[in-house]
Design a protein around this ligand. Structure first.
Ligand code: GDP
Length: 550
C-alpha cells in the first residue's frame, strides 16, 4: 500500500523504555570515562558516543526521532543551524534525515555563516522568480542596459560536465553570489532539477523557462558579452562608475571560467574588476571548477570570508551540506544501500576507484589499493596460503567492516571481495566488500546513471574513512560532504611499480584545477599570497583551501 506507515518491529516497541534507560546511563557515564582514557584514534568523544548510541538504536525506525530529541540531536538534524526548519519533509526526505546517516557529525558552521544564509534566503525570496523585482529585472535585461543601484542583482550559474564538476562549480558560484548579494539561479539542465531538492525555503533556485537570453546555455569563448572579451576590447574599463556611467554598462556579462579561459577572463579574481562587475545587474557564469580558492584571493572579499569561514578548510563542507539534498528517488538508493550494507557495520571504508572506460583493468592499480589500505591500517591484511584457518565468532556475532567500492568497472571490486572471502584476515576482522553499480561508461543526461552517481558519491561521504583517486571531482565531493581528509591514490601508477601508493590529503576541500596563476599585479605565485590558499598535491598548478596550521 502506497501510503502505509511501515510496521515498527515488535522488539523495538517492547524494548524502547529499556533502551532509553541504557542510553541515559550511557550518556551520563561514558563521556567522563572517555575523557579520562582519551578518544579512539584522537576522535572527538561526541562523535564516538553519537555513533555508539545510534548503533544501540539501529533497527528501530521510530526510535530515531526519539534519539534525536533525547540526545539533543535536534541541532544535528539542522546541521548546527545550517538548515532551517519548515520545509515539507515528505517532498525531500534527505534534508532532515541526513544527520542520522552520517557517522561523522562534521564541523559546526560559524554563527556568522548561519545568519548570512538566513539573510540570503530572504534575498532569494524577495527577488527570486515570481516576484515583482524579478519581473522588473527581466525587463531591464531585455532593454540591454544596466541600471544604477538596481533593487536586485542576479547570478545565473551554468555548471556542466560530470556530476562532481557540477556540484563543486555550483557550490562555489553560490559562494560568489552570497559574497556579492546576488540572487543565485541555476541552469536547470544537467539534472540540477532532478537530482537535488530546492535549498531555499519558499522560492526556487531554478532559472524559470522563458529567460530572455535564449542561447545562454551555449555561451562560450565566442560570446560577444564575455567579460574577458569586453575587457580585452576596451568595451569595459575599470575605474570610477558613477550613475550615468552605470547606465552605459551592459545589462549582463558572461563570466567564462573554463579550462580555456584567457588572462582577461581571469581578471574576474581582481578587486578592480569586481568593483566594475558589481554595477552589472545580471551575470551568467559558466564553470566546471571549484572557484572558491580564487575568491579568497580577492581583497574585497577577505574580511567577509574570514567571518563566514573561520575554518578555511570547511568551506565546501558547509556549502555542500547546505545546498545539495538528494531528491527522494536518489535518497531511496542511498538509504536502501545503507541499511543493507552499513547499518550493522563496525566501520565503513569507502574506496573510490576512478577509471575511464577505455582503461584496461590494472593489476598494478589493484596492488596500489591493497598496499595503501593495508599500510595505512585502513583494512587488515589477509593470511597467507600456508596459515591455519582461524576460528570464527559463533553464529555470525562479529560485526563486519564494510568496504564500499565505487567505480565504473567491477573488476577491482571483484578482486577485493575475493581477497577478503577466500582468506581470513590476520586480526580476525570480518571484511565485506560491495559495489553498488558498475556503469562501464560515463553517460551524460541519462537520469538513472546520474542518480546512481549521486547516490554513490553520497554513500562514500557517509563512510568513516575514505580512499579517493587523485584529481577526481567525484571524490572531492564525497570527502567534502563527509568532512574527511581522504587517503589519495596517486595517479599515473597504472603499469608502474608501486612504491608510494597513497598519501593523506592536505584538507577536505576540493582542488580548483585551473585557477589564476598569479595575483592581479602578476608578481606573486597565487599559491603563496595567503597562508590558507596553497597548491594542491594531486594537481600542482591547482589551488586549495587549507587550515594554515596543518
Ligand atoms: P571526475 O571526472 O572524476 O572529476 O568526476 P565527475 O563526477 O565530474 O565525472 C565523472 C562521471 O563519470 C560521473 O559523474 C559519473 O557519471 C561517471 N562515474 C565515474 N565514476 C563513477 C562511479 O564510481 N560510479 C558511478 N555510478 N558513476 C561514475
Amino acid at each position: 500500500m502506497k501510503n502505509a506507515t511501515p510496521a515498527e518491529p515488535e522488539g523495538c516497541k517492547r524494548w524502547a523504555p529499556a533502551i532509553n534507560a541504557v542510553v541515559v546511563a550511557f550518556v551520563l557515564i561514558v563521556p567522563p570515562l572517555f575523557l579520562l582514557l582519551g578518544g579512539r584514534n584522537g576522535e572527538r568523544p561526541a562523535v564516538w558516543i553519537k555513533t555508539a548510541v545510534a548503533g544501540l538504536r539501529r533497527g528501530c525506525p521510530a526510535e530515531v526521532s526519539l534519539l534525536n530529541e533525547n540526545a539533543g540531536a535536534h541541532a544535528d538534524k539542522l546541521l548546527g543551524g545550517l538548515l532551517v526548519e519548515g520545509f515539507d519533509q515528505e517532498s525531500c526526505r534527505s534534508r532532515y534525515q541526513s544527520a542520522a546517516y552520517r557517522r561523522n557529525t562534521g564541523r559546526q558552521p560559524s554563527q556568522h555563516l548561519v545568519s548570512k544564509l538566513r539573510s540570503h534566503e530572504a534575498l532569494q525570496r524577495r527577488c527570486g522568480p515570481g516576484t515583482a523585482a524579478y519581473t522588473n529585472a527581466l525587463e531591464q535585461l531585455k532593454s540591454g542596459k544596466s541600471v544604477a543601484s538596481p533593487e536586485c542583482r542576479y547570478l545565473v550559474s551554468i555548471s556542466y560536465r560530470g556530476l562532481g564538476n557540477r556540484i563543486i562549480a555550483a557550490a562555489s558560484a553560490f559562494l560568489y553570489a552570497v559574497l556579492t548579494d546576488r540572487v543565485f539561479l541555476v541552469d536547470p539542465s544537467n539534472g540540477m532539477d532532478e537530482l537535488f531538492c530546492e535549498p531555499f525555503p519558499n522560492t526556487t533556485w531554478l532559472l524559470p523557462p522563458g529567460f530572455p537570453l535564449v542561447s545562454y546555455q551555449g555561451f562560450y569563448l565566442s560570446t560577444p558579452e564575455r567579460y574577458g572579451r569586453m575587457r580585452e576590447d576596451g568595451v569595459l574599463r575599470t575605474g570610477e562608475v558613477n550613475g550615468s556611467a552605470a547606465a552605459e554598462l551592459p545589462a549582463f556579462a558572461y563570466i567564462h571560467l573554463d579550462h580555456n579561459q584567457t588572462d582577461h577572463d581571469k581578471l574576474f579574481f581582481c578587486d578592480d574588476d569586481q568593483r566594475l562587475m558589481s554595477n552589472i545587474q545580471w551575470l551568467v557564469m559558466r564553470t566546471d571548477g571549484y572557484i572558491a580558492p580564487g575568491l579568497f584571493l580577492v581583497r574585497a572579499f577577505q574580511g567577509k570570508l574570514d567571518a563566514l569561514f573561520p575554518e578555511r578548510d570547511a568551506v565546501f563542507h558547509h556549502l555542500g551540506r547546505y545546498l545539495f539534498h538528494p531528491t527522494n528517488r536518489v535518497w531511496g538508493l542511498i538509504t536502501r544501500y545503507y541499511d543493507a550494507h552499513f547499518a550493522r557495520a563496525r566501520r565503513v571504508v569507502g574506496i573510490q576507484v576512478r577509471v575511464f572506460p577505455w582503461q584496461a583493468d590494472s593489476p598494478e592499480l589493484l596492488e596500489q589499493i591493497k598496499t595503501c589500505t593495508q599500510n595505512q591500517k585502513l583494512l587488515p591484511a589477509v593470511l597467507g596460503e600456508e596459515d591455519d584457518e582461524p576460528a570464527a565468532a559463533p553464529g555470525g556475532a562479529a560485526k563486519p567492516t564494510a568496504v564500499l567500492i565505487t567505480s565504473l568497472k567491477a573488476w577491482y571490486y571483484d578482486k577485493m571481495k575475493g581477497a577478503y572471502w577466500e582468506r581470513a584476515t590476520a586480526n580476525g576482522e570480518v571484511v565485506v566488500v560491495d559495489q553498488p553499480s558498475h556503469e562501464e561508461t560515463q553517460r551524460y543526461h541519462v537520469r538513472s546513471h546520474e542518480r546512481k552517481a549521486w547516490a554513490e558519491v553520497y554513500l562514500l561521504s557517509t563512510a568513516d574513512t575514505l580512499v579517493t583517486t587523485a584529481e577526481s571531482t567525484f571524490g572531492y565531493v564525497a570527502q567534502g560532504l563527509g568532512g574527511m581528509r581522504p587517503w589519495v591514490l596517486r595517479m599515473g601508477m597504472i603499469n608502474t611499480t608501486v612504491s608510494w601508493p597513497c598519501s593523506r590529503d592536505m584538507s577536505m576541500e576540493p582542488c580548483y584545477h585551473v585557477p589564476p596563476v598569479y595575483d592581479c599585479k602578476r608578481r606573486q605565485d597565487a599559491g603563496k599570497i595567503v597562508p590558507h590558499v596553497r597548491h594542491c598535491k594531486d594537481w600542482p598548478t591547482g589551488l586549495k583551501l587549507v587550515d594554515p596550521k596543518d
